[in-house]
Design a protein around this ligand. Structure first.
Ligand code: ATP
Length: 225
C-alpha cells in the first residue's frame, strides 16, 4: 500500500449487529468534514457464546460489506473478526497505522458514550499517540464530569475539526452529530416483532436479513416488507 499523507483514514469499530444508518451517518460526517480518503468499518470480534445463534461473524461482516457498496472511500476491515481473541482498539489502530504510514492522518471515530469510558481502555495513552479522536455528541449523551480523566483530556486536546488535519494524531474533536435515534438493539427487537426496519438501514442489508432470516425474521404473510 502507498504510505503517503493521502491515506487519511477514519476507523469506526462496532459490533454492527446489524450495521445501520446511525453508524453510516456517523462515519460519513467524519469523512466529509475532515476530507478523509477512507473510512474503515471494523466489525469487532464477539466471543461465540455471546452471539445470538443467527448472527455469526460472517453475517455481520457481510452486512457491513453490503452497506459500503457504492459509498466512496468506505471499506470494511476484517482484521478483528478474523482473530480468535477480542482485539483491543489500540492493536487495531496500530495495524492500520502500519498500513497507512506515519505521516497520514488517522482518526478514531466514536460516540460520546464510548468516550466517557475512554480512560478505562487498554493502553488508552498509546491510542492518542497513534490516532486523533472524533467524538460524536448526540442530544441525550452526557458530557464527561469535571473530575474525570476524560474531562481533562478534552481541556488539553480538544480543538476545531480543521486542526485535526495539521498532524497525524493526538487531538480530539467533539462533533455535534446528526441525531438519528437508531440502535442495533432496537432494530433486532423490531425485526423479531415483525416491524419492518426499512430506511433505518441500507436496503441491501435489509434484503440480506430477510434472505437469511436473521434476528427472528419470518416472511409468512409479509409480502410488503
Ligand atoms: P447495540 O444496540 O447492539 O449496542 P449499536 O447500534 O449501539 O449496537 P455499536 O456497534 O455498538 O452499535 O456501535 C458502534 C459505534 O457506533 C459506537 O461508537 C456508537 O456510539 C456509535 N453509534 C451507534 N448508533 C449510533 C447512532 N444512531 N448515531 C451515531 N452513532 C451511533
Amino acid at each position: 500500500m502507498d504510505k503517503s499523507a493521502s491515506n487519511a483514514t477514519g476507523v469506526l469499530g462496532g459490533t454492527f449487529d446489524p450495521i445501520h444508518t446511525g453508524h453510516l451517518r456517523l462515519a460519513w460526517e467524519a469523512k466529509s468534514r475532515l476530507s478523509l480518503d477512507f473510512v474503515r468499518l471494523v466489525p469487532c470480534h464477539v466471543p461465540t457464546h455471546r452471539e445470538s445463534p443467527d448472527t455469526t461473524a460472517k453475517h455481520r461482516l457481510t452486512m457491513a460489506e453490503l452497506a459500503c457498496i457504492g459509498v466512496p472511500g468506505f471499506e470494511v476491515d476484517n482484521w478483528e473478526i478474523t482473530r480468535n481473541d477480542p482485539s483491543y482498539s489500540v492493536s487495531t489502530l496500530l495495524h492500520v497505522r502500519e498500513q497507512i504510514g506515519d505521516a497520514a492522518q488517522l482518526v478514531f471515530i466514536m460516540g460520546m458514550d464510548a468516550f466517557n469510558q475512554f480512560s478505562n481502555w487498554h493502553e488508552w495513552q498509546t491510542i492518542l499517540t497513534v490516532a486523533h479522536l472524533w467524538v460524536a455528541h448526540r442530544p441525550g449523551n452526557k458530557l464527561p464530569e469535571d473530575d474525570t480523566t476524560e474531562y481533562q483530556l478534552l481541556q488539553q486536546l480538544q480543538c476545531p475539526a480543521d486542526e485535526l488535519k495539521t498532524c497525524p494524531a493526538g487531538k480530539i474533536h467533539v462533533h455535534e452529530t446528526t441525531a438519528l435515534d437508531i440502535s442495533a438493539t432496537k432494530l433486532r427487537q423490531q425485526i423479531a416483532e415483525g416491524i419492518t426496519p426499512r430506511f433505518l438501514l441500507p436496503d441491501a442489508v435489509w434484503a440480506y436479513i430477510q434472505q437469511n432470516k436473521l434476528y427472528g425474521y419470518r416472511n409468512e404473510n409479509r409480502s410488503n416488507d
